[in-house]
Ligand binder design. Sequence first.
Ligand SMILES: [Zn+2]
Ligand SMILES: [Zn+2]
Length: 109
Amino acid sequence: MLFKNKLWGITMAQQFAKKLYNSARWKRCRAAYIAKVYGICERCGEPGYIVHHKVVLNSRNIDDYWVTLNHSNLELLCVECHNKEHMSEGAATVEGTMFDSSGQLVRCE
Ligand SMILES: [Zn+2]
Ligand SMILES: [Zn+2]
C-alpha cells in the first residue's frame, strides 16, 4: 500500500524518544499492537499508521516500560487523527521532522 508522508512537527521534548523508536523492543511491541487492533485507526476506522502514546512520553517516563511498551497506553491512529491529537495539545512544533511509512519519526531531507 502506498502511503504519502505528511509533515508533522514534534516538540523538542519528543526528540529524546528516538532511542525508544529505534529499539527492537519498541518495534516488536508496535507490531504486536497493530496486529491486535487490525491496523485500523481507533478513532475513525481508516488504516492506521502511527502508534500513539496516550500518556505522552517525556524525559522522565521514556525508560519506563509500563508507559512506553504498555498496550493499554497505546492507540493506533491514522496520520490525520494523530495530527489532531497533537495539535490539540497546542504544542510548539519543530520544522523538518516527519513520519515515515512505518510511523517512525525521521528528519526531512
Ligand atoms: Zn483516524
Ligand atoms: Zn502521538
